[in-house]
Design a protein around this ligand. Structure first.
Ligand code: HEC
Ligand code: HEC
Ligand code: HEC
Ligand code: HEC
Ligand code: HEC
Length: 487
């Protein structure tokens, strides 16, 4: 078939170079699989992270490697005959000899077709692979054990519909590249088993929160206060319900119509707050600097600031405060043990009518277990034997109560504790509050001991951030007033 001379020469060239030959084989074998898997994924959005990995991290790179080898092989061409395909002389013959020109058109057509097919597969691959690497199933499930705590907590958070990359990478090419470099490093660490357990926080390389969170949230448009009513259960026989009612002074970062005030005053454009922490965890903050719009500064320091900063060599480590200094757990929210149980009780996942369930459950879930499996067994056995011993009649008449309780208590544990990653109760501190001991979160600064030269302190007054309307009351009158008589 003379008309395929050029094509024949091309293939002949390839066949003379082993590298090209192997490349050609790889491309030919992988293309049909790659295309059909990618089509399947496009149509059915296959959620299995290992399917994605097989297609985009194994099959795809083999295809790309094959393509590259075909062309690299050209550098290893041996004789004249192999090379002449690519010489000007050879091409000129086709253009100058009339009858060859006709063939040329068809040949060019064939080559363009082949190249377009490869190009189409290539771009479709790039597009799909990009989406796969940005997907929650790749980030959250591919390294299953490693990401299990984060992925589980994320799924139970208000951000469970926000993709991991929205907070961890955000828009723009520079952070995309940065994330892929650190991602490759992390994959290696997982492969080599050298990743830390638990994963260390704070994440020091996190993109400044204002560039990610503020794509969706705009604190300058916040206004007013927010009523927080939380229900908790006492460890008594009735699992008595009590309420906390707090009016949170959410405030605003200020826009044209209102000035910044309240809790989100910190992130107003006219206020810049920087601080120095003495530890990696940013738990001890001896110095805070407030810079106002007019450039004036107030430095608040604890009495032992100089000593602490010198001892730890952190005099120069300055950080600008942003959302994450309070909202460090917007998505990976690990609850304290009693709160985890309160939530399950309030949702009815653990039956409130089972006597002493809060007390018994709390005892069982706060034991250190070596594995999730062991925890599951011990919690199940512990509850079953205790209720059989102390409430045999109830267990016999309403076995469902105990069954539900076991399931609920086990989930309260498995959603928050991950022995395989050394994530225990309280491993990840949440800065959004001050804790029962007034020593973490806001109180790293708001402890009345950070003092400016003119004697002002960062306030620990209980009404700075909230109004306490009811604390652990069974029947708070304020709730009656607020909710009306109908309840
Ligand atoms: C709403 C924003 C948001 C989303 C969505 C989100 N994260 Fe995070 N994530 C954060 C913030 C903020 C931190 C930093 C916490 C710190 O520095 O203390 C973090 C920390 C982490 C850490 C460090 C360990 C830890 O528990 O703090 C890992 C790992 C992680 N995220 C993985 C993921 C994965 C996987 C997903 C998707 C399944 C995801 N993140 C989705 C905001 C988010
Ligand atoms: C892609 C959009 C998006 C991004 C990015 C995002 N959020 Fe959200 N966030 C939401 C949505 C939507 C909700 C409301 C969810 C609901 O109420 O169910 C929410 C809710 C919240 C809440 C209220 C939670 C509650 O308990 O009611 C806080 C606080 C919050 N986000 C903080 C953050 C912080 C901090 C970041 C950055 C680390 C961030 N968000 C990034 C979309 C986003
Ligand atoms: C000084 C600490 C602090 C900083 C800094 C901060 N927040 Fe908040 N934010 C809070 C507290 C406290 C609440 C109330 C939480 C609650 O309801 O229990 C809150 C509430 C919110 C809510 C829910 C509002 C509502 O009406 O339900 C969103 C959304 C939010 N913050 C986003 C942000 C974003 C985005 C940033 C950064 C630009 C930010 N916050 C900076 C402490 C802070
Ligand atoms: C890094 C230190 C730091 C942390 C952490 C911090 N704050 Fe502040 N906060 C400040 C400083 C500094 C001021 C200004 C003090 C002054 O000028 O009197 C302030 C002022 C405030 C104000 C008064 C704003 C106004 O209307 O003038 C509120 C409310 C507040 N903070 C709430 C919180 C809450 C809630 C948290 C925890 C979720 C928190 N802060 C965490 C440093 C901090
Ligand atoms: C700098 C701000 C700030 C100051 C000062 C402050 N709190 Fe709080 N407080 C908070 C935040 C933020 C929360 C968390 C609200 C939430 O969980 O929704 C909170 C929560 C609470 C809770 C509810 C705890 C729970 O688990 O529901 C109580 C009770 C409380 N504070 C008491 C006090 C008392 C008493 C003082 C004075 C000694 C005080 N607070 C001072 C910011 C503050």
């Amino acid at each position: 078939m003379g008309q395929f001379d050029m094509v024949k020469d091309f293939f002949l060239g390839i066949s003379r170079s082993r590298v090209s030959l192997v490349g050609g084989m790889l491309v030919t074998i992988t293309t049909p699989f790659l295309v059909s898997f990618m089509l399947a994924d496009t149509i059915w959005h296959i959620k299995n992270p290992y399917f994605g990995a097989a297609v985009y991290l194994a099959l795809g790179p083999v295809f790309l490697g094959g393509l590259a080898m075909i062309f690299i092989g050209a550098f290893f061409f041996r004789g004249d005959r192999d090379v002449h395909l690519f010489t000007l002389q050879y091409l000129r013959r086709y253009f100058t000899e009339p009858d060859m020109f006709g063939r040329l058109r068809r040949n060019v057509f064939l080559i363009v077709l082949l190249t377009s097919v490869n190009f189409a597969v290539f771009s479709m691959f790039l597009y799909r692979a990009y989406h796969y690497m940005e997907s929650t199933q790749f980030c959250g499930q591919f390294c299953h054990t490693v990401m299990q705590p984060e992925h589980t907590a994320y799924q139970n958070s208000p951000h469970s519909r926000v993709a991991c990359v929205e907070c961890h990478i955000g828009a723009g090419a520079d952070w995309f590249v940065k994330s892929k470099i650190s991602g490759a490093r992390q994959l290696l660490a997982v492969a080599a088993g050298t990743y830390p357990t638990p994963i260390e926080t704070p994440v020091h390389g996190l993109r400044p929160a204002r560039e990610t969170c503020e794509q969706c949230h705009r604190p300058e448009l916040f206004h007013g206060d927010k009523l927080n009513v939380t229900r908790s259960f006492l460890p008594d026989e009735q699992n008595s319900t009590v309420y906390n009612v707090l009016l949170m002074k959410i405030g605003s970062a200020g826009d044209r119509t209102q000035s910044s005030h309240g809790i989100h005053w910190h992130v107003a454009p006219e206020n810049k707050i920087t601080y120095r922490a003495t530890d990696y965890k940013r738990m001890v903050i001896p110095e805070v600097t407030l810079t106002r719009a007019d450039g004036t500064q107030t430095v608040f320091r604890t009495p032992d600031a100089d000593e602490l900063l010198q001892e730890t060599g952190q005099e120069d480590a300055v950080r600008e405060m942003d959302c994450i200094d309070c909202h460090n757990r917007p998505s990976h929210i690990y609850l304290p043990a009693d709160v985890a149980l309160d939530r399950k009780l309030a949702e009815g996942k653990i039956p409130q009518e089972l006597p002493y369930i809060k007390q018994q459950a709390l005892e069982l879930i706060t034991v250190d277990y070596a594995s999730t499996e062991l925890a599951r067994e011990s919690i199940t056995d512990g509850l079953t034997s205790w209720y059989k011993a102390n409430y045999p009649q109830l267990v016999a008449e309403q076995p469902q109560l105990l069954e539900d309780a076991v399931a609920g208590v086990v989930t309260a544990y498995t959603e928050n504790v991950f022995p395989e990653m050394n994530v225990e109760w309280g491993t990840y501190v949440n800065h959004i509050s001050h804790g029962p001991d007034f020593d973490i979160g806001c109180f790293r600064c708001h402890d009345d001991s950070h003092e400016s030269p003119d004697g002002k302190t960062i306030s620990a007054d209980c009404n700075t951030c909230h109004t306490l309307l009811a604390i652990e009351e069974e029947n708070p009158p304020i709730l009656k007033t607020l909710q009306g008589a109908a309840r």
